[in-house]
Design a binder for this molecule. Structure first.
Ligand code: IPD
Ligand code: CA
Length: 263
């Protein structure tokens, strides 16, 4: 059943990507949900498409999405119809659709699809992570002076917290970047394009697929399980193993025990 759902998710997210691309690169109405928090009509259209397709195929499963909300359920789809909406709204081709399937508060598989580059990152718990079907691994870099950390930002956290985290990372020797899609930022840790991703607060729809991906690609992550994290979000850290401990200390975000110890 899980593998059948995972196959369904792979196909569905690519169809959602086609729908999103129909609206990319056009002048469009933009609404602001809050400070620097964008919403386009395409976000809502994509989420409605995904919600309807999942409800038809798996009516017993719950759905929790960035735009329409939802509630927790024993079997739950957690969906961000466009992550990187500010990029999408400005015609910057760095955004994605993110989907995770969660059972009893724990992600069992996750998908992150960049429809511009046709890149599908996918992970199934215990079965590794892939990019367009090929296995991926986190970076082997352990020298901070050769490492890049993506630091996410939102208005949900005071500016001072972001600035002190950035300053701590820079002082330690890291390069710090921010590309505006937390889900893609995590996928890029899984495939070794960045050494780490950290953010003081993320919603589950932005991070739950990516955290599983990094773990399955051999990285270290914070814990992000249970109903409270799914509904309220929490701090996020995902890193190549050689750099996880100093980044965890600088960010004050604890790491979960490595996979082998957790078993
Ligand atoms: C945001 C982006 C951003 C991250 C924020 C998210 P949105 O999602 O992922 O990179 O730093 O925490 O809220 O608004 O583009 O869907
Ligand atoms: Ca998002």
């Amino acid at each position: 059943m899980l593998h059948e759902k995972a196959d369904f998710c792979r196909q569905l997210i690519v169809r959602a990507g086609e729908l999103v691309m129909e609206g990319f690169g056009q002048t469009r109405a933009i609404e602001m949900k809050g400070r620097q928090d964008y919403l386009t009509e395409v976000d809502g259209r994509c989420e409605r498409f995904l919600r309807a397709a999942i409800a038809e195929a798996y009516p017993q499963d719950g759905f929790f999405g960035e735009e329409g909300g939802g509630s927790d359920a024993a079997t739950l789809w957690v969906v961000d119809p466009i992550d990187g909406t500010a990029n999408f709204a400005r015609n910057i081709p760095h955004f994605c659709i993110a989907m995770a399937y969660v059972e009893n508060g724990r992600a069992e598989f996750g998908a992150i699809y960049n429809p511009v580059l046709h890149e599908l990152h996918f992970a199934v718990r215990g079965h590794g992570a892939t990019l367009n079907g090929k296995p991926i691994h986190v970076s082997g870099v352990s020298d901070p002076q050769a490492a890049t950390v993506e630091l996410g930002w939102s208005a949900r956290i005071p500016n001072a917290d972001y600035l002190s985290a950035m300053s701590g990372l820079l002082d330690y020797g890291f390069n710090v970047r921010r590309a505006g899609s937390g889900a893609l930022g995590l996928a890029y840790v899984a495939d070794g394009r960045n050494e780490a991703y950290a953010e003081r607060h993320m919603n589950s729809w932005d991070c739950i697929a990516g955290l599983l991906m990094v773990e399955e690609a051999g990285g270290r992550v914070c814990s992000f399980e249970g109903s409270e994290k799914i509904l309220q979000g929490g701090p996020v850290l995902a890193s190549a193993p050689g750099l996880a401990e100093p980044i965890s200390e600088i960010m004050h975000i604890p790491l979960a025990a490595p996979r082998e110890e957790a078993r």
